[in-house]
Design a protein around this ligand. Structure first.
Ligand code: ZN
Length: 345
């Protein structure tokens, strides 16, 4: 094996990413080295590309970005005894500590010391990735690399969707980005009754209807309350999944919820935003913030559901060889794409 690799790096503190030759990471005794086959481009990577305020205040430069990946193990640290060379895998990109109260209670996804690959640590947009063996998630043979490369965002969708019991419930999803669309597919898969997804982008709503059995509503043109009465819902939605980070979407959701409804929030607002707490209190609504994936319960559930008929393949709308990564980012930034996958093989 050579000791140099191709990677996509945030070399300079300004807009863009740059293809570089970087040293292949040296692994420690508890790590593995993963040869990357496919990666997904995330909204986070777009923030880093654009070098917005969040990125500038969070990401040190230079940094190899990327955290959504599938590949295979090509080197094992000396303490790693439970994984094999050649094992196909994805992995949890949140690197957790072991000393916090949350970690010691087994709630790894709530560890306050979490660091992210591709954000705080060298990431997966590279031919090789160093990862703690603890974070590796082996891929069954029936899950292909392109699905392995989007398990991180699918995990966000699964974590959010499974926050509340959805069996027989009417579910409203605000935001038809790839994660909202995948959450709709999950809600349908686990037995929700009506699943409605809103956005103001017609391309995304069309994609949502292709991927999942959902009712898309363009709230720039149509009134959500009409959909509620068309579907014969008496009282409003039982569960809301907020995926847009948009203040008006959250307002519409609160308005459309039934008494005692439950809302899981994954979307990140651009800054502080006014919230109409009066309605939330008088409707006795429960709100839960969702971060990352439950480690590793979300991974277990999502792989089990993929093996049991959950189909999100069509959310991947573009695949490019890594040499064309700029086209991949352009597709993402167009607002017309679903998931965009880069091929490193
Ligand atoms: Zn991501």
């Amino acid at each position: 094996m050579t000791n140099e690799m191709i990677a996509l790096s945030k070399l300079h503190p300004r807009e863009g990413l740059w293809q570089v030759n970087a040293p292949v990471p040296e692994i420690g005794p508890d790590d593995v080295l993963i040869k990357i086959n496919k990666t997904g481009i995330c909204g986070t990577d777009i923030h880093i590309w654009n070098w917005d305020d969040w990125a500038a205040s969070t990401v040190p430069v230079p940094m190899i970005t990327g955290h959504e990946f599938a590949g295979e193990i090509v080197e094992l640290g000396r303490n790693v005894t439970d994984l094999q060379l050649g094992q196909r895998c994805s992995g949890e990109g949140h690197l957790i500590g072991k000393t916090s109260r949350q970690s010691r209670a087994g709630k790894f996804h709530l560890d306050p010391a979490t660091r992210g690959i591709g954000v705080n640590e060298q990431g997966a947009f590279a031919q090789y990735l160093k990862l703690p063996a603890f974070n590796v998630v082996p891929l069954p043979d029936d899950i292909p690399d392109e699905i392995g490369a989007i398990l991180d965002p699918l995990g966000n969708a699964v974590h959010t969707a499974l926050s509340f019991d959805l069996i027989g419930e009417d579910v409203l999803i605000t935001g038809a980005g790839p994660i909202g669309i995948m959450a709709a597919a999950v809600a349908r898969h686990v037995g929700a009754r009506h699943v409605v997804i809103t956005d103001i982008n017609p391309d995304r709503l069309a994609l949502a209807a292709q991927v999942a059995d959902v009712t898309p509503v363009n709230v720039a043109e149509a009134d959500l309350s009409k959909t509620v009465s068309d579907l014969g819902m008496k009282q409003g939605f039982d569960v809301g999944l907020e995926m847009s980070g948009n203040q008006r979407a959250l307002d519409q959701m609160v308005e459309a919820m039934t008494m005692g409804g439950r809302i899981a929030m994954l979307g990140i607002p651009p800054g502080k935003s006014p919230v109409d707490w009066i309605r939330i209190v008088f409707k006795a609504i429960t709100i839960k913030g969702v971060y990352g994936r439950e480690i590793f319960e979300t991974w277990y559930k999502m792989i089990a559901m993929l093996q049991n008929g959950l189909d999100v393949r069509r959310v991947i709308t573009h695949e490019f060889p890594v040499a064309d990564f700029e086209a991949g980012f352009a597709a993402m930034k167009s607002g017309k794409s679903g998931k965009v996958v880069l091929d490193w093989t």
